[in-house]
Design a protein around this ligand. Structure first.
Ligand code: ADP
Ligand code: MG
Length: 263
């Protein structure tokens, strides 16, 4: 559909070298300290276009910190991050421009409460990208269809359920046509009956080739949708592999122990 081409396609206005053309996120030896606490202890993560990487691991492992480093919300203590060809540690890099290429969905949907659903989705494209209003409206409509909420286009966030708000938050992130979507426990705060709708949207994005990194506690979903699963513990990547490898044939004791608690 036209939706795939216009709304869920990687940004095209980015300069990348030929070598890294397919690499969307490239992090090397990423370290992050908070005071004397080392929260990330040397993370290497390379994500290529179209990959769906699920990050699992116990609370406090550093999963959120990792995502926050990837979109520039935290500054790593050391190590390098390149997103879509942009080196985040390079002083010449415009971090705001890079962030435009990264869609982020948090546990707690932070929609603007005083704006309609449509205004929430069109605000950044019209203000930041100077997209004409009519075009932004068309995109909002397409994205709302994608997340199954086109009838809510004029609604206020307060009138939506948690799952609906989260789906609007996903549509809003997609409206900037990001090269990669980051999800940090996007379904953890939802009532159980709403989790499926949100996971269904993420699955649809995966089918459309969206590059995604998801921190999730939904093991069944990770097993089904991930192209790669990364198990983090205490600031390191303890094990990574295909869903079948991680869930069907875990190697490390830490992963085995983690899975025995969550499965
Ligand atoms: P996860 O998302 O895997 O549960 P986090 O990345 O949120 O883990 O946190 C990892 C560790 O870093 C925790 O011990 C947490 O308390 C600590 N931490 C996270 N953010 C900060 C911060 N801004 N200041 C101090 N410590 C933090
Ligand atoms: Mg977290």
């Amino acid at each position: 559909t036209g939706l795939t081409a216009t709304a869920v396609a990687p940004a095209t206005t980015v300069t990348t070298t030929t070598d890294s053309a397919e690499i969307v996120v490239d992090a090397h030896d990423l370290r992050k300290n908070f005071g004397s606490t080392e929260v990330l202890k040397g993370i290497d993560l390379t994500v290529t276009k179209g990959e769906v990487v699920c990050i699992i691991g116990p609370s406090g492992a550093g999963k959120s910190t990792l995502l926050r480093c990837l979109n520039g919300l935290e500054t790593p203590t050391s190590g390098s991050i390149v997103v879509n060809g942009h080196d985040l540690s390079d002083k010449a890099t415009n971090i705001d421009k890079v962030r435009e290429q990264i869609g982020m969905v948090f546990q707690h949907f932070n929609l603007f409460p005083n704006m309609s659903v449509e205004e929430n989705i069109t605000l950044a494209p019209t203000m930041v990208r100077k997209v004409p209003k009519a075009e932004a409206h068309e995109t909002a409509l397409r994205l709302l269809k994608l997340v199954g909420l086109e009838e809510k286009i004029d609604a206020r966030p307060a009138s939506l359920s948690g799952g609906q708000k989260q789906r609007v938050a996903i549509a809003r992130a997609l409206a900037m046509n990001p090269a990669v979507m980051l999800f940090d426990e996007a379904t953890s705060a939802l009532d159980p009956e709403m989790v499926g709708d949100v996971l269904g949207v993420i699955e649809r994005l995966a089918e459309r080739g969206m590059t995604m990194i998801l921190v999730t506690h939904e093991m069944g979903f990770a097993r089904e949708v991930a192209s790669r699963v990364i198990f983090t513990d205490a600031g390191v990547i303890d094990e990574e592999g295909t869903p079948d490898e991680i869930f069907g044939n875990p190697q490390s004791e830490r992963l085995k122990s983690f899975l025995s608690k969550v499965l």
